[in-house]
Design a protein around this ligand. Structure first.
Ligand code: UD1
Length: 430
């Protein structure tokens, strides 16, 4: 099992290039199977979840080529199997996008029920409600979601919650349904817009993505395209918060600053300097930061995927802060790990009450999930002494070359897999 070993205390300084958005990529790669021509997708992040999905797409017969680490070519004309199931795909949440894509194209799909990070109950009832409204029969048996229809017909769907996954999934199926579909209370996240733009570049007719009403007029077929995925707002935000936590000075490059506004606003509030450029944002933290209140909300609110990283920053800022998690019910599990580093955090229901401490201290930590794992790395970088983060498998699901990017900013971090290597690192840095 690989681990990160980290010696904290260095301010992170420099520039870092942000990759393509993982969550957009997972949906776009799934949607790519809907054409019978070759689709070229650029700025694909080379992370574990993407690779698992690409394997599954290849297993059902699609042609998948990778001319370089960040470019993928997919041709869905060779698909012969509508059953997506293997031990890896069951672990990733975004496997559900193959239901919408295959159902839209072939009117039939059978996909292992999604897993993903354990951050609370993660139902897919809204996805299913949407497929049923389009005319599909859907059932769940033996861990598989099975959806089928003679024909899909456009319809009017109201989402009880503005779910990112359900909005995208229904949009994909509706793109090849007969007639007009309207999705109300749709999610407005940047990757919903990116998937709509991608589908439109394949010949779909989707309007309104980025607002809470998406209108789709189904088309009979989708065609080839070349498309570049938007930058990852969560990867960018993670580095911005790493600058804040380590009293550093980091410029994140290849980003869309507008997508980072919620994070930038909170950083300004706690006392960072934030400078926006056309496609970069610089965060400077020159003194101890102060407390604030944060509530996670759907876009353009503060993203739930940045919540653990923000809690780390507040954990070492002056005064008492609160973090309210309003999207997922069990997203504070990492708090116990931070407590072992000396943080003072009390969780009451969906609110974490954080009393900032002067200094965290290094400890042996468990990554627990993707974003919590990244948050613990930030905590370790800010802490005094050495930390070991176990189960970095989770972090690699969504961050490409995380330790290399951090090292280039001056972090003392290494990926290791034995106690001996940990000892060697400790000797080297002491
Ligand atoms: C996606 C992201 C995840 C991010 C989340 C919120 C991917 C692969 N994952 O997850 O990183 O944290 O958006 O920005 O893109 N819900 C239902 N029924 C459903 C679907 C969702 O009740 O059928 C609820 C969820 O429990 C949650 C809320 O809706 O409370 C939002 O979830 P959703 O936006 O669907 O998250 P995901 O698409 O799973």
């Amino acid at each position: 099992m690989e681990q990160y070993v980290i010696k904290g205390g260095n301010p992170l300084v420099g520039e870092v290039e942000i990759g393509g958005a993982k969550n957009a990529a997972l949906a776009i790669l799934s949607a790519a199977v809907m054409a019978d021509e070759t689709i070229t997708i650029e700025n694909v992040p080379n992370v574990r979840d993407v690779n698992v999905l690409l394997n599954a797409i290849q297993e059902i017969g699609a042609m998948v080529e990778r001319p370089d680490a960040h470019t993928v070519k997919i041709n869905g004309s060779f698909i012969r199997d509508m059953n997506v199931d293997n031990e890896y795909i069951r672990k990733i949440r975004a496997s559900y996008y193959l239901i919408g894509a295959l159902l839209g194209k072939y009117k039939r799909a059978e996909v292992a029920l999604p897993g993903g990070c354990d951050i609370g109950s993660r139902p897919i009832d809204l996805h299913i409600k949407g497929f049923k409204a389009l005319g599909a029969a859907v059932d769940i048996r033996h861990g598989l979601v099975r959806a089928s229809a003679d024909r899909l017909r456009g319809t009017h769907i109201y989402l009880d919650k503005s779910s990112v996954g359900a909005s995208i999934n229904i949009m994909m199926a509706a793109a090849m349904a007969e007639g007009k579909t309207i999705i109300e209370n749709a999610a407005k996240e940047p990757h919903v817009v990116d998937v709509a733009n991608f589908l439109n570049s394949m010949g779909a007719n989707i309007r309104g993505a980025g607002t809470d009403v998406i209108r789709i007029v189904g088309v009979e077929r989708l065609h080839k395209t070349e498309y570049s995925i938007i930058p990852d707002q969560i990867e960018a935000g993670t580095f911005m918060l790493a600058a804040a936590a380590t009293k550093g000075d980091i410029t994140v490059r290849n980003v869309i600053p507008k997508h980072l506004e919620a994070t930038s606003a909170k950083l300004l509030e706690v006392g960072c300097e934030v400078e926006e450029f056309d496609d970069a944002v610089r965060v400077v933290a020159s003194r101890r930061l102060h407390h604030t209140q944060v509530t996670t909300l759907p876009y353009p609110g503060f993203p739930t995927d940045m919540q653990p990283q923000m809690a780390v920053v507040l954990g070492i800022s002056e005064g008492t802060s609160t973090v309210t998690e309003s999207i997922f019910e069990n997203r504070f599990k990492y708090v116990d790990e931070l407590t072992r580093m000396g943080a003072s955090i009390k969780v009451e229901g969906n609110i974490a009450i954080i009393t900032g401490v002067e200094q965290l201290t290094g400890a042996r930590l468990n990554a627990l999930d993707l974003r919590a794992g990244a948050a613990l790395v930030i905590a370790a970088l800010a802490a005094e002494g050495i930390s070991v983060v176990d189960d970095i498998y989770y972090i690699e699901r969504g961050y490409e070359e995380f330790e290399k990017k951090l090292s280039s900013l001056g972090a003392m971090i290494e990926k290791v897999s034995t106690e001996k290597e940990i000892q060697k690192f400790s000797l080297k840095v002491s």
